[in-house]
Design a protein around this ligand. Structure first.
Ligand SMILES: *Cc1c(COP(=O)(O)O)cnc(C)c1O
Length: 407
């Protein structure tokens, strides 16, 4: 039996199949970019309407109390916590991933006086590396990059913080969180994990591995909407010593005392800076609730089944593309990346057919498999389109060859 003939059987046996109906997906589209911007839950629009009309329109400023606006950041953080193996009071939803990285890197440096090296790997997500630059410019940090197989030996007595992205944004390769966390701790360093490509797609066990800090993204697998607030995790054992460098009034122990002097709130609330984006948090909460309802273990199982089925389908079509993601499903996140010099044009040709993946310079075609709303039929369809694009040579047409100024 070819993979295509098994599609109906696979979708019928998929315990998560009905969740697709909880999302708005445009007709004629196979969406393989949920790792960049998650799809829209159907509940988000009505929920935001309600927040806008009732809480804002009617409640006005009273809604800070009556509608729980004050608690939203901590409440939603508490809902994200079980998805990443943290306790509820160790996670908060706030700011962007970039800003949270800054707060945690700076705070970690202060916890390791005499050490100033931030160790990461070349090719980490750009903002993760850039956020070190500002601290370097202030003379507070020194960046050190080591290839992933050399990270352990680069952990010496100068390293204050090991900062890595758990699932690589471009290749999908997954780090061994437990082993690297242990190695960093053995060298006296703290550890910060960026979970942007993990949270909501696969289980993570921050406390199980003893991580110190983590950040993650709200608009990818958590389906919080474009520019959704991110989240930050600080292990409880660090709550007393961790100083947040962006000492805004929402992280104050009593913001409404209007004191002249800063005193950080106890615990994770200290991570807040300014007034939280209530509308953004409201949308994020819908996505988080839905992903939590489905459950990260089930999502991961389906994600692996989807990507394996996609690879099988490609093979059945005789497609030979260089896979840059780890071939073993257990060693990668919820994506498959292929290297080809024509990645850009192939990606454009796929998009013209309604198969939305993305291109990562200079030569990677990246296909994300958000398990909450994709079907095996999507996999079969995407594989067929990719095979047709390659055999027809349509990607060689000028319209697909043109390089966009911004990719
Ligand atoms: C998506 C992503 C980010 C995003 O950072 P923003 O501040 O939301 O722009 C950061 N790090 C990684 C690894 C990502 O994948």
């Amino acid at each position: 039996m070819t993979p295509e003939t098994r599609v109906a059987e696979f979708d019928a046996a998929d315990p998560l199949a009905h969740y697709r109906d909880r999302f708005t997906l445009p007709g004629g589209v196979i969406y393989l970019d949920g790792n960049s911007l998650g799809a829209l839950p159907k509940a988000t629009g009505p929920a935001l309407q309600q927040v806008i009309a009732q809480q804002w329109g009617e409640g006005l400023i009273r809604s800070w109390n009556s509608a729980g606006w004050f608690e939203a950041a901590g409440r939603i953080g508490g809902k994200i916590a079980p998805l990443v193996g943290a306790d509820r009071d160790e996670v908060i939803a706030c700011d962007s991933t970039s800003v949270n990285l800054f707060k945690l890197i700076a705070g970690a440096l202060a916890m390791r006086p005499g050490r100033r090296v931030i160790l990461s790997e070349p090719g980490n997500f750009p903002t993760d590396l850039y956020m070190i630059a500002g601290l370097e410019a202030q003379g507070l940090a020194t960046r050190r990059l080591a290839e992933r197989h050399r990270l352990t030996e680069a952990l010496d007595g100068d390293v204050a913080l090991l900062m890595l992205t758990h699932v690589h944004y471009k290749t999908g390769a997954m780090h061994d969180m437990a082993a690297l966390t242990r190695a960093a701790h053995d060298a006296g360093a703290l550890v910060l994990w960026d979970l942007s490509h993990s949270t909501g797609a696969l289980p993570v066990d921050l406390n199980g591995v003893g991580a110190d800090f983590a950040v993650g993204c709200g608009y990818k697998y958590l389906c919080g909407g474009p520019g959704a607030p991110a989240f930050a995790f600080v292990a409880r054992r660090n709550h007393d010593t961790f100083q947040q460098p962006l000492t805004g009034w929402f992280g104050h122990a009593s913001p409404f005392a209007f004191s002249d002097d800063y005193e950080g709130a106890p615990g994770i609330e200290r991570l807040q800076c300014g007034t939280p984006p209530v509308l953004g948090l409201a949308a994020l909460e819908i996505g988080v609730d839905l992903i939590a309802e489905i459950g990260v273990h089930r999502l991961y199982a389906k994600s692996q089944a989807l990507s394996e089925f996609f690879l099988e389908s490609l093979m059945a079509h005789g497609v030979e593309l260089e896979l840059v993601s780890p071939p073993q499903a257990g060693k990668r996140g919820s994506q498959l990346s292929f290297r080809t010099p024509d990645a850009y044009a192939i990606c454009q040709a796929l998009i013209a057919r309604g198969v939305i993946g993305d291109f990562r310079a200079p030569d990677v075609l990246r296909l994300g498999f958000a398990p909450a709303y994709l079907s095996f039929a999507d996999m079969a369809g995407a594989a067929r389109h990719l095979a047709e694009v390659l055999t027809s040579g349509e990607w060689q047409r000028a319209e697909f060859q043109e390089r966009a100024a911004v990719t």
